[in-house]
Design a protein around this ligand. Sequence first.
Ligand SMILES: Cc1cc2nc3c(=O)[nH]c(=O)nc-3n(C[C@H](O)[C@H](O)[C@H](O)COP(=O)(O)OP(=O)(O)OC[C@H]3O[C@@H](n4cnc5c(N)ncnc54)[C@H](O)[C@@H]3O)c2cc1C
Length: 412
Amino acid sequence: MRKSLEIAIVGAGPGGLSTALLLQRSGHRVTIFERFETPHPVGSGLMLQPTGLAVLDALGLRSEMAALGARVSRLTGTDSRSGRKVLDVSYRPLGRNIHAIGVHRATLFDVLHNAVRQQDIRLVTDFTATGHTATAGGHWLESDGRREGPFDLIVDASGARSPLRSSARFGGGPKPLEYGAIWSTVPWIDGGFDREALTQRYRKASVMIGVLPIGRRTLDGPELAAFFWSLKPDDYETVRVRGIAAWHAEVLSHWPDARPHLDNMSSFDDMTLARYAHGTMRVPADEGIAFIGDSAHCTSPQLGQGANMALLDAAALSAAIERSTSIEDALDLYCRMRRWHVRFYQFMSIALTPFYQSDSAVLPLLRDIAISSGAKIPPIPWLLAGLVSGQLLNPLRRIGLPPALYPEETRQ
Ligand SMILES: Cc1cc2nc3c(=O)[nH]c(=O)nc-3n(C[C@H](O)[C@H](O)[C@H](O)COP(=O)(O)OP(=O)(O)OC[C@H]3O[C@@H](n4cnc5c(N)ncnc54)[C@H](O)[C@@H]3O)c2cc1C
């Protein structure tokens, strides 16, 4: 679009910050509105997939992320009772240089936030958006007793609990999932752990414990890992009342090697409870407003795609605005660019989650049989790698990212 637009972005998460960077670089005037007084991320680690890394590359931030994060080239899982390997997905079938990067959420935030500061993008903090309205003059953001605007476009990147989504008559909203997890950041420990793998331990689908290498918070800082334990949020209070020693004993009964990690979790205050919800907007835009990231589609982190999807949405929205002559056309193009990739991954996530997080006895049995018997038969290793890397259905081509930014072996 030739005209320079006045754009409000709600939320300083990965989606909001990357959208701000891309749109301001295209010549638009951008303001980010964040509810926290000091913007900060909540939680522990996440995996940046080749898709999200390609968007960070477009932003010129990939090498900074890679220097701080940890290379992850495999996902493995073992049954705690039998010791059988029931998950072994390698990125290798996609090419030698294709892998994910495990990072602390705060590291991803810092890298994007520093770039926002360097670009002098306006960031308004302590502003909790509660809704938006349209007048002849443009679109307005509302907060309790405050109104900001007018804007040509509002981008809602306020996450899974977006208040703008419901006020835009999208109703329903995401459904809470039965299982969530407690997460903690602990020092990286080599003993018994592969430093290039997300390593998990399961018992049926009701127990899932994981250790993900997440690199460092600063270049000279200590190496870290994210430790998680699958849990129903409704049971959290009971677990707390039983005490930390009882929880340690339960974890150790499934994974004795986890002892050194537990030594770094001496209280439940060292952990964060994450609740998961699943929902997908059919059309993530309305007049004068685009929804990106978890606000448009949220799910459990089983497939490790959420932050990557938010980065892809940001790149798609920016490309759609660049190529269109009106905001209406841009929003239509943005929705078309992301439609099938989002729907496919949301479907796969909700279909696969109960195999890893549920009370079912049958689903984990099917999972273990299918994975131990079929996962090595071509082209299944390639398909599994394509699935976890986020690359199935060619999302980078669909959003028109230049081929030079695709993961090396997929450029053709
Ligand atoms: C425990 C856990 C593990 C995960 N692991 C992975 C993984 O391995 N890989 C992966 O890709 N994804 C993972 N995810 C998902 C990923 O974190 C999200 O998909 C991603 O953060 C979404 O980014 P976002 O910018 O859309 O929203 P968010 O990160 O939720 O950011 C939203 C921002 O908006 C602000 N905000 C909220 N409401 C308002 C308001 N009303 N007004 C103003 N500001 C507001 C918030 O404070 C926040 O800063 C995980 C999620 C969890 C919970």
